[in-house]
Each structure stands twice: as C-alpha cells, then as structure tokens.
Design a protein around this ligand. Structure first.
Ligand SMILES: *[C@@H]1O[C@H](CO)[C@@H](O)[C@H](O)[C@H]1NC(C)=O
Ligand SMILES: *[C@@H]1O[C@H](CO)[C@@H](O)[C@H](O)[C@H]1NC(C)=O
Ligand SMILES: *[C@@H]1O[C@H](CO)[C@@H](O)[C@H](O)[C@H]1NC(C)=O
Ligand SMILES: *[C@@H]1O[C@H](CO)[C@@H](O)[C@H](O)[C@H]1NC(C)=O
Ligand SMILES: *[C@@H]1O[C@H](CO)[C@@H](O)[C@H](O)[C@H]1NC(C)=O
Ligand SMILES: [Fe+2]
Length: 472
C-alpha cells in the first residue's frame, strides 16, 4: 500500500502518464461522441539530446486518446510518430485538467526542412516547420538567451518570434521566470504564455530552466509544460550541441526547501557527475556553459541572494557551505555561466571567489576564471530592477534596457555574445570569449588570476552611499 501511494505521488509530480489502452470519459459507444475540446495548442519543440532527435510537446483540454505528429519534408506530411500523453491537474481551486502530449521525432536529418502538425482525429494544429540542426557555415550554432519574460509586457517577444521564424537562431535558452506566473488564474496565465511563445518554440527548440516564478505547486506548471532531454523533471539536465556542453539546473532548490532539502544534494551530485563526464569529452566538446535562474554575482539594488557576501548559490548553504556551486564550476573549468532573475543585463569580469580579473586589457582572452552574464531583461510587468549607483568591482558592463542576448559558439576557441535592445535595434553590448585551452584551471591560470586579479575582501564597501553592513 505504501509503495502504491509512493508510486501515485511520484506520478502526480510528473503528471500521470496515461495508459495507451485507457477509456476516455466521452466514450459511450456512440460514434457521435468525442472529446469536448480536442484542439491541440501551445505547440513547442525541444532538443532531443542530439541533432537527430526533436521533442514535440503540446496540450489539449480533453483526452484525445491519441498523440500524433504527422511530418515530412513537404506538406504531404507522409511520416508520422506517436507519443505519450499525461494528465496534469492544476493545483488551483478548479483543478483544471490539461492533457500534455509528447512525441520524440527521430532520424531528423541535418539541414533538412520539415513540415509538421500535431494532434489526433479530434483536432490538428496548423502546419509548422523546423530545420534539422546543423552548424552554420561560419561555425557553430546561434542561441537566443534571456530570462524573466512575462505575458504582460513581454517587450522582446516580437523580435524573438520574428528572428526565430527567420532562423536567425538555432535554439532558445530561457533562463527561468515565465508568464508571471503560469499558475495564476487557474493556470490560464501559463496557457497564454505558452501560446505567446508558440511562434518561437514551434520552429526552434526552446530550452528552459526553472525560476522562482514557477514555484507554485512544487513547480508543477514548469515540470508538466516543458520537456527537456534525459532530465529529472526538466529541472536539471545537460546536452551537447556542436562545441558546447550546456548544463541547466535549478537555483530554486536552494530557496524553496519546503519542497524537500534532498533535491539540493541530488542535483549537486548529478552536477558533479555530469561535469566529470563532460571533462572526459572535452576534446570533442570543449565549451561548458551553465544556466540557472538566480545569479552568484550582480549589482542590483534589491537584497537578492547575489548581493550577499555569502550568496547561497555561490558558497552553499549557510554555515556548512554545503553544495556551493562556485568552487565546483571553477574546478571543472566552466567557461560561461548564464543567469537571470535580475531584470537587467550585466556582464561580469572573469571572477572566482571574489577575485576579479580586471587588470588586463583583454579580460576575456584566456580568462583564468569563469565569465558570468546576467540576462534577465526580456520584459515583464514587474519592470526593471534598478542597479546600485556605483557598480561593484566584478561588474564590467550593465544595462537596464529591455532586450535579450544572442550567443554563437563558433568553434573550440571563439564564443561570441551580445545584448540587443527590444526597442529599436541597438547593440547594447558585445564581447568575445577566446580560449586556447579548456579544462581545469592550471598553475598558470592561478598565477594569472593572482597577478592581474583584484581580491575583493569581505569587508569591502565599494561606496559609502551603500549600506555595506551586510551586503555589497
Ligand atoms: C513514452 O513512454 C515510454 C514508456 O514510459 C517511454 O519509454 C518513452 O520515452 C516516452 N516517450 C516520450 C516522448 O516521452
Ligand atoms: C516536489 O517535486 C519533486 C520532483 O520534482 C519531488 O522530488 C519532491 O519530493 C516534491 N516535494 C513535495 C513536498 O511534494
Ligand atoms: C576564497 O576566499 C576566502 C577569503 O579570502 C578564503 O578564505 C578561501 O579559502 C577561498 N576559497 C578558495 C576555494 O579558494
Ligand atoms: C580593478 O578593480 C579594482 C576594484 O574595483 C580597482 O581598484 C582597480 O582599479 C581595477 N583595475 C583596473 C585595471 O581597472
Ligand atoms: C573560430 O571562429 C573565429 C570567429 O569566427 C575565427 O576567427 C577563427 O578563425 C575560427 N577558428 C578556427 C580554428 O576555425
Ligand atoms: Fe526571478
């Protein structure tokens, strides 16, 4: 009995996967009866873990009994693939039922344009297209990177939709905080948001991590609506694409411990194993880029974790410093750490343990420590998070203009990153990370960091106008 309960409990967290031979409530034997609402909506793609696999996800408000993608190299759609359906019951008053459909498309050919629609005999979506992932002629893949996009005042949305459809991007990395919030109004905010990103995500893979705005009902709107490859509830996972190993994880486990402390340790142990595996494969996949919502370093006004001397994400749990991430990522030579949460854009100098590598003309050429970027300015109704007036030493550039980042990992040595504005077409910032060697920092790197770096002591107050009593 206890086992059964445990099983049910775990299944509900995922959404209950429905059996293929189930009977739907509308099946009465009368052929005139079908589901009340069989129309598929909120179609989106995710990367299946390698370029030959694409995951298609959508939603219906009733049980359609089948889950099918019809696709092909023309709009004849002569191929078809079936998948699974799970029932997601919203935690709100009405316990709204959503049927989440997932199909894995396999043997997708690089560079080939596919047409597809999704559904069942009770309703089909419009026809969308995607192109099998292949490196760009000039090298590597292009990503849109941003966090903190709401459905009210999603200022960057139009531009990202247009550029995605024109295949200016190969993939989106959405670094947490969706819709503000997906659970609101019995989950209708989530539905609206997923409809708003369909013009992006039905065309290119939409890869995600969870933010604090997804916290409701144990992150179940996030867990059910997004489907990341080889993952634990899409909360932590990794994949390789071209020369880059991308690691997504949840910063929120550290803050919503009411859902269980063990998630912090489980994830940390997984991160360690994943980095060990990535290290062995670094000759083939040299870059390691992490993404999670809440940053280690920032210079925003609010008293967020990143402003504390001992940020939990950076240094781990209070007192014990267990499961800190800065040492782990430094040790394995993570190249770039993407964050959001602060509604602004901020590029940091390479930094480790509050030693800022700012004493050279080219801090991003063979940096001896990870580079951090906070890109949380896609746009939402909460407006921008103001910066502290005098930036702390790790802050290299910052902007409060709504916009999003573009990243292209060209090859083993060159990674390009830029920030563009949502209004107009202003290039707000750009930089190259050039690395002639990837891997654990060696003695030379350590000396370089010591020589050209500035160690910022714990009691450092970067301006007397700030309250430096317990935070910077
Ligand atoms: C569907 O469910 C089966 C059995 O649980 C699983 O092996 C398969 O990976 C699932 N497919 C998708 C697309 O989730
Ligand atoms: C929250 O969900 C996770 C899986 O995502 C599960 O491991 C954990 O036990 C859940 N916590 C509670 C309190 O339900
Ligand atoms: C980080 O800096 C602090 C303060 O200078 C020092 O005590 C600590 O040993 C350093 N940690 C590492 C891993 O270098
Ligand atoms: C590096 O940062 C420190 C602390 O803000 C500052 O004193 C120093 O002038 C900076 N170095 C350079 C070369 O800008
Ligand atoms: C890597 O890409 C950069 C930027 O396009 C280019 O300058 C460089 O020559 C490339 N390196 C190799 C080995 O192709
Ligand atoms: Fe946030």
């Amino acid at each position: 009995m206890r086992l059964l309960l445990l099983f049910l409990f775990i299944s509900c967290a995922y959404g209950l996967q429905l059996k293929a031979d189930r009977k739907a409530h509308w099946q009465t034997g009368n052929p005139n009866h079908g589901p009340f609402y069989g129309q598929p909506e909120q179609v989106h793609l995710s990367y299946g873990g390698d370029p030959s696999r694409v995951i298609v996800t959508w939603l219906t408000f009733d049980d359609t009994l089948s889950t099918t993608v019809e696709y092909g190299e023309s709009d004849n759609l002569d191929l078809s693939a079936n998948g699974n359906c799970s029932l997601f019951v919203d935690g709100g008053q009405r316990q709204t039922k959503r049927y989440i459909h997932r199909v894995m498309l396999e043997n997708i050919k690089a560079g080939v344009k596919y047409y597809y629609h999704v559904g069942s005999e009770f309703g089909w979506s419009s026809i969308f297209t995607f192109v099998g992932l292949q490196p760009r002629p000039e090298g590597g893949y292009r990503f849109a990177v941003y966090g903190d996009m709401g459905n009210i005042n999603a200022r960057s949305l139009g531009k990202i939709q247009k550029l995605s459809q024109k295949r200016d991007f190969d993939m989106v990395l959405h670094v947490g905080d969706f819709a503000y919030d997906m659970y609101e109004k019995e989950g209708r905010f989530g539905d609206e948001f997923m409809r708003q990103i369909e013009p992006i995500a039905a065309y290119i893979p939409y890869m995600t991590v969870v933010g604090n705005h997804e916290e409701a009902y144990n992150f179940s709107h996030y867990i059910n609506r997004f489907y990341m490859p080889d993952s634990d509830h899409s909360l932590f996972y990794s994949f390789d694409i071209g020369p880059v190993h991308v690691v997504g994880f949840s910063s929120e486990f550290y803050f919503y411990t009411k859902y269980g402390w063990d998630q912090i340790g489980n994830q940390w142990n997984w991160l360690l194993k994943d980095l060990q595996k990535a290290e062995k494969n670094r000759k083939n996949v040299p870059w390691i880029v992490t993404m999670a919502h809440k940053p280690m370093y920032c210079s925003d006004f609010y008293a967020d974790d990143c402003k504390l001397y001992e940020s939990i994400i950076r240094t781990g749990l209070p007192m014990t410093h267990a499961y800190g991430l800065e040492n782990l990522f430094y040790k394995y030579g993570v190249d770039l750490e993407l964050w959001a949460h602060e509604h602004s854009y901020e590029r940091m100098f390479p930094v480790f343990n509050r030693t800022v590598y700012n004493g050279t003309k080219e801090p991003y050429v063979d940096p001896p420590a990870p580079v951090h970027v906070v890109t949380g300015s896609a746009g939402c109704q909460e407006q921008v998070v103001p910066f502290v007036k005098y930036p702390p030493p790790w802050s290299a550039f910052r902007s409060s203009l709504y916009g999003f980042s573009r990243m292209q990992v060209f090859n083993a040595t060159h990674l390009y990153f830029e920030q563009v504005s949502a209004s107009g077409d202003e290039l707000i910032d750009f930089f190259w990370i050039v690395k002639n060697r990837h891997g654990r920092p060696n003695q030379k790197d350590k000396l370089k960091l010591a020589k050209y770096g500035t160690q910022i002591p714990m009691n450092y107050c970067h301006h007397e106008s700030h309250d430096c009593s317990n935070s910077l």
